[in-house]
Design a protein around this ligand. Sequence first.
Ligand SMILES: C[S@@+](CC[C@H](N)C(=O)[O-])C[C@H]1O[C@@H](n2cnc3c(N)ncnc32)[C@H](O)[C@@H]1O
Length: 243
Amino acid sequence: MSFASDLKVLYHLTLSPIRGKTHAERLESFYGAQAGAYDDFRKRLLKGRQELFESLEIPQGGVWMDFGAGTGSNAEWFGPRLNQLGKGYLVDLSGSLLGVAKQRIAERGWTNLETLEADATTVSVPEGQIDLATFSYSLTMIPDWFAAIDRAYELLKPGGQIGIVDFYVSRKYPREGAARHGWFTRNFWPTWFGSDNVFPNADHLPYLERKFELVSLVEAKAKVPYMPFFRVPIYRFVGRKRA
Ligand SMILES: C[S@@+](CC[C@H](N)C(=O)[O-])C[C@H]1O[C@@H](n2cnc3c(N)ncnc32)[C@H](O)[C@@H]1O
């Protein structure tokens, strides 16, 4: 970690304009120049990934798909359990981030993992179905996030697991027992992240809870680098496709 590499990332997060006519072009415009510095900064910004991945059951010989996998760093959280997988697909639309993922796969010698440059809303796999679907901080960046959840649902076998960690805000009147955020939180974070095309949403959790059988849910607030007085809401959802 160096302040110089942080400055580069902060420039792309705050000042550099995002250009492009398609979603893939806009992602590349955002990530292209910061791919090399991505992991270090995101380790401090994207909290809860380790907890999520360590809590997931790895299907013995099964197929895992990480939707919006970026640099593939989530595979690290599985540790030696990664060997239990038959196959893992790291899906992303950003060629630059997948380049880092490919390098990681080669360096670690992970023969059961491969990258797939594809849209999470339409991706498919040769096996036809998957056993485990994960999204870490990708749903908020996928414009048609309903379609991405629906795609994961279609690909999952009955009984298959889905694990998601992301930023969010609550509805003004969430269901009983759920976290309720005040006006500032509900309005500040979507505006703040919106300039980077990251959209914390009040409907992620209600949609996930409707679609999947709940295994576990944690709603929390996380620190943000260089914003000492702020905490951003995050959730970790683990669900199962009903058999
Ligand atoms: C904030 S990054 C998170 C990356 C990684 N999951 C992590 O935890 O570090 C969001 C990722 O979603 C990817 N993404 C956004 N829209 C996508 C889409 N429609 N299909 C596939 N990937 C997408 C971006 O390219 C980016 O890599």
